[in-house]
Design a protein around this ligand. Sequence first.
Ligand SMILES: NC(=O)c1ccc[n+]([C@@H]2O[C@H](COP(=O)([O-])OP(=O)(O)OC[C@H]3O[C@@H](n4cnc5c(N)ncnc54)[C@H](OP(=O)(O)O)[C@@H]3O)[C@@H](O)[C@H]2O)c1
Length: 343
Amino acid sequence: MSESVNRQWLLVNRPVGLPQASDFEYREVDIPEPGEGEVLLQILYALMDPAQRGWMDAGGNYWDPSPLGEPMRSGILAQVVKSNSDQHPVGQFVMGVGGWQDFVVVPEGTVDPIAYDESQDLRAFSHALGSKGATAYFGLFDVCSLKDGEQVLVSSAAGAVGSLVVQLAKIKGCRVVGIAGGPEKCAWVIDELGADAVIDYRAHDDMTAAIAEHFPSGLDVYFDNVGGEILEAAMDNLGIGARIAICGMISGYNESAIPGPKNMWNLLVKRARIEGFLVADYGPRYHEAQAEIGEWIDQGKIKYKIDERKGFDILPETINCLFEGNHDGRLMVKLRDDDNGPA
Ligand SMILES: NC(=O)c1ccc[n+]([C@@H]2O[C@H](COP(=O)([O-])OP(=O)(O)OC[C@H]3O[C@@H](n4cnc5c(N)ncnc54)[C@H](OP(=O)(O)O)[C@@H]3O)[C@@H](O)[C@H]2O)c1
């Protein structure tokens, strides 16, 4: 550990619409010392997640708001550099929640050790082998009760969660149609992820008609990452007994209120089910997803893409890429702008 200061990006305003540079403030403070039962982590990667936008608001979402004047809350991949805990020896890699800063002190047991060896890509533990994989896995298999061979629609299909949903459903022999923005992402969904078809939502004014072309008898499962008009269009195309997993509603995260679909009646007509879920509730079962997805990765059946940016300075501006689609894979920022460290 050669650093002598702790760089931080503080959240100083609750953004209205897309976060702006003025919503964050840079400061340097001393590196904190861990107390009894605590560890000092060096944050290697700050993870960029759509949920962070909700944490910037006064109302928060499923978690309290990220406090003003404190480092912006963020998922992290980190390494223990000082330890007063038997659970976390120095050198251990962990994932958990930290903030936009180089170092953080956490109580033992509040971060998850990563079973990482140097032959692996550490970053996978924030993607297919971490919460993104678990979200796709439990959303599809638990919430949607996916059955082999069903007809599946997935939005944000080129995104971190969506790309895994496409591949998991294909492994189960389903017919999968993805929705993504722009020709390059659409090509990746077909050519690399193996979807049967893809809809470029940016190129269609009438998403109800675009979806209907691919599901003339209605869809069985819709894995929703975006909400809004695309959710409503999917609900115009339900088959009898369809299931919809509400995973995310990113199309509304920068709005003051997220509108619901106007066609809820279709749930009754099609005897369909719609259910929201939070991956954190599956914490005790993460290992199930990790084990099975890990095998599929080893067998070459699952691919994942990382969009790694480098440098502490770019943290505030990088989060907006999630809302503008200006990223290509699981978005994360390596805090040190060099090639040292794992992955
Ligand atoms: N329930 C849970 O526990 C849980 C856990 C993790 C994530 N999530 C949710 O899952 C969703 C995906 O998260 P992720 O981390 O995998 O992010 P991601 O899909 O990698 O990135 C976000 C993508 O959303 C798409 N998007 C943004 N605004 C949109 C709009 N107005 N209309 C349509 N698409 C839009 C963009 O895709 P294009 O580039 O294709 O336009 C963008 O690339 C988010 O809603 C997130 O909140 C939920």
